[in-house]
Design a protein around this ligand. Sequence first.
Ligand SMILES: [Zn+2]
Length: 580
Amino acid sequence: MFRTIPEDPEVWMEWTWADFAPYVEELRSARLDAGNVEPWLAGWSRLEETLDEVYNRLYVTSSADTADPEVEARYNAFLDEIFPQAMQASQALKQKLLESGLEPAGLEMPLRKLRAEVDLYREANLPLLTEEQKLNTEFDKILGAQTVEWEGRELTIPQMRPILQDLDRTRRERAWRLGAERQLADREAINAVWQKELALRMQLAENAGRPDYRQYRWQQLLRFDYTPDDCERFHQAIQTVVVPAASRIYARRQQRLGVDSLRPWDLEVDPFQRPPLIAFQDVSALKQKISAIFRQVDPHFGGYFDEMDRQGLLDLENRKNKRPGAYCAYYARTRVPFIFQNAVGIHYDVNTLLHEGGHAFHDFEKSHLPYFPQMAVPAEFAEVASMSMELLSAPYLEAQKGGFYTPEEAARAQVEHLETIVLFWPYMAVVDAFQHWVYTHPEQAGDPSACDAQWGALWERFMPGVDWSGLEDAMATGWHRKHHIHTYPFYYVEYGLAQSGACQVWRNSLDDQSEAVAAYRHALALGGTVPLPQMYETAGARLAFDAGTLQPSVERIEQTIDQLEAGAGGVRAANPPLTE
Ligand SMILES: [Zn+2]
């Protein structure tokens, strides 16, 4: 009834908008009713999937070689010539579906999202949203230009980070202070951008008829299943349950390092002075071992991963001219994922691939769903998929089980991972609670010194254990350095919630791995067709904000750390503490 775009990427990778336009026109001009809505949705889905895949393929190609001018030109041509038209077409077709009043089975959730978007839409906000993009760029530019002179070389702040792992404490302190001073030199500039960001966001909310930006943003982020009060309960639960556990980790670190007080430059060095873990020599070893690990979590996952390798859907090794970072992209029309990363042989690379693997398996599991709008999964659950995979894989990191390490090394990797989880929650609570305060006290938050004071108070509430005395300015301006606060407001609690979900999946797996993994797979297969709490429930977890849910996870983490440290040949006694 509606023409379908062919399946073969070779057909449409070279298309211009003129080739897509007839498909759009046919869908746009059709009379939509209960009799033809399903084929209409199928036609629309194939169109959206194809456009999405073209974009993702071009993005992947340009990530793989940032120096190829031809690749860059094709990517930019898509953004200039096809993308705006595609957005417009997409908007028109969404509108058409909404106006039809039809609610086909399986589309309840996507339609709820569409309605919320339309409800928030204001013509008057379009120039403001563009302005916000520009402010984001301004903020990025200030941070991106921060460099320091270190031992005769000019280094960016991220490039200074490995020095914080140096065993020489004086050297670490020098590096840390240099970075902090450089960041403080931009204090006024960032405060000025902040005041513009805040004013603009208040205007966005006002134009949309919302009492404050928090309510505006809640709807924009499509947070249907929890409220600001839930987030505040979550902060409280973190304070009650996680902060004491984090303090125990800090105290242990302080004692192991043999220092009088733990300073901000003592947090990344190995407390036993061990050299960094070497995980693999080349990418073929990485692939082979990761495949063995996934296979033991579930044979399907090993199969998916091997299939990706066979189809050339893994670009793992670091090379010159490759974009930094890692991601998993979905080729929606072909229905396969692609993993991109920059592996060099360290444990971080192993963990990154386990994480991206979780996202990729999500793509495989949901690919049976018929319609494109059903594919979108909220971050609060998408990250459960990836974070769970890191935890589910942990028992197989040892070489004897197909992985990378001696038992001691595997224990060390797991302990570091589990400690990171505990230490993340309180920081996340600071970032989130700060924004709740800002957008409900916009008059006060317009004064940067009030923001510093608020951040400082939250830091004391959630982050005891590290001694910041004499470094008060660096501490109080922590909100300057948190990218999300400036460029993705309120987008952060997602990670805290997902980590809690992942810990619940992990706890289930410690009792019964195959049952836990089966539930996890069922949840992934739902895609975006059910509300968030149901995704969690299907995975054997709860979307919850209370201490009662966090407590058993934190306990299990602490127990596991103790067992790993006791069992792995007494890591505790392996090295004498550092003396100052
Ligand atoms: Zn992720």
